[in-house]
Design a protein. Sequence first.
Length: 453
Amino acid sequence: MDSQTIVAPMTPAGVSAVAAVRVSGPEVRAVVRRLFGDKHAAALEPRKASLGTARDPQTGKVIDSLLYLFFEGPNSYTGEDVLELYPHGNPLIVRDLLQAIRGIEGVRLAEPGEFTRRAFLNGKMDLTQAESVADVIHSANRAELENAHRLLSGALSKKIATLAAQVKDISARLELDVDFAEEEADPDFAGWETRFVSVRESIQQILNSFHGKASLSRLPLAVLYGAPNAGKSSLVNALLGEDRVLVSNVPGTTRDFVEVRLFLPGGEVRLVDTAGIADRATDELDALSMKKSKEILEEADLKILVVDSLAPAGLRSDEGDNDADVVVYSKSDLRDPNATPATGASPIPDSGLRASSKTGEGLAELRQAMNASLFKQTADAEDLWITSEREKACLEDALAGVDRALDLLRNNPAVELLAFEMQVVRRALQSITGEISSEDILQSIFAGFCIGK
Ligand SMILES: Nc1nc2c(ncn2[C@@H]2O[C@H](COP(=O)(O)OP(=O)(O)OP(=O)(O)O)[C@@H](O)[C@H]2O)c(=O)[nH]1
Ligand SMILES: [Mg+2]
């Protein structure tokens, strides 16, 4: 392994209260000495925060006064000596600090994922855990995040280890049979089949759990639509708790669709307010607005029809609309609960959701309905799924090996061949956790990480 010391920012470029920079490798103590002076280096204590003034070792110029933490290898994230520095979150400071540290002999900028790669190579985590670090950072919803945390804690590693032990045991018995093949006339093939089938089922079960990753850049999309003046924009503001979009009593207030981000218990969603869709366009601009509304509606993961609950019977936009996933009857505050068609408005169907942007009635129910249809319900603590294409491919290799073994057993039982296939299966399982890995595999895993992780 390369023994250079690496440095990278852990926080994104930009202004913030505090930024974080990480250094890992044999030169960490030298970095402390060069930045803060001999006194600091001599007093360096693991896991104790220190306040110091960092100076550029070349010029002596003050970079920042900052807090830093030292972790002594192997008790650190990477397993090496690690230094974490927390300067003020000014990009100029972070840049100067990085420059100063990189200028120290034996130190270079880290590659993407290199800290985690070192953690793997130093035995701090296996490959399923290393891969889940990226999942923890990039999970686009709560269910994914919880799964990523389970993966990070080694839940999959444990499953794979159990499976690999089972296969190892089978292999050992097969090897015995190979040794005694000449003497023992008839190995117990029926017993083998049960064992193979059990391994096959376990592999298949993990394989079936595979889910791709939801992407943060493709958050679920909920679209509010309905007749002009129905109260769509008011509903967006009420859901957000702030006056974000324009509201007025003039039908046709919203022209272009407006997208906002809304946090629901399950995660973040894109919420789109559209221009009202009328039976007939009043002018060319109106026709264009309506066209755009219909286009974005096509892309929606959840279509929320907003119906003015005061609209008179026969003119209500829910009549004849079968496309909506959720129907909201707006302005419920204006509706006398006891009033019936006396006011001219149709009754609200039992399945409909009454809501008022003025009083807040029904908003919690609407959020809940959106959450339930846009997010996988939080699974129980035992539930686990794999997210890595690489792990999936390894499991498929393992499964293919077991299938070949079963095929042999049924058609042409030869102990040597069975033993060979079991070795293939075992190797496939071992590559999931990285017990067996290659430079190419590590390269492809960690290249997808961010710098500083
Ligand atoms: N009392 C009451 N008035 C509401 C409610 N929701 C909307 N309104 C009023 O209804 C009118 C239309 O509201 P908007 O939110 O602009 O309606 P819209 O569906 O976005 O209309 P367009 O953009 O024109 O399609 C405004 O005068 C709102 O103040 C509500 O829950 N209660
Ligand atoms: Mg509007």
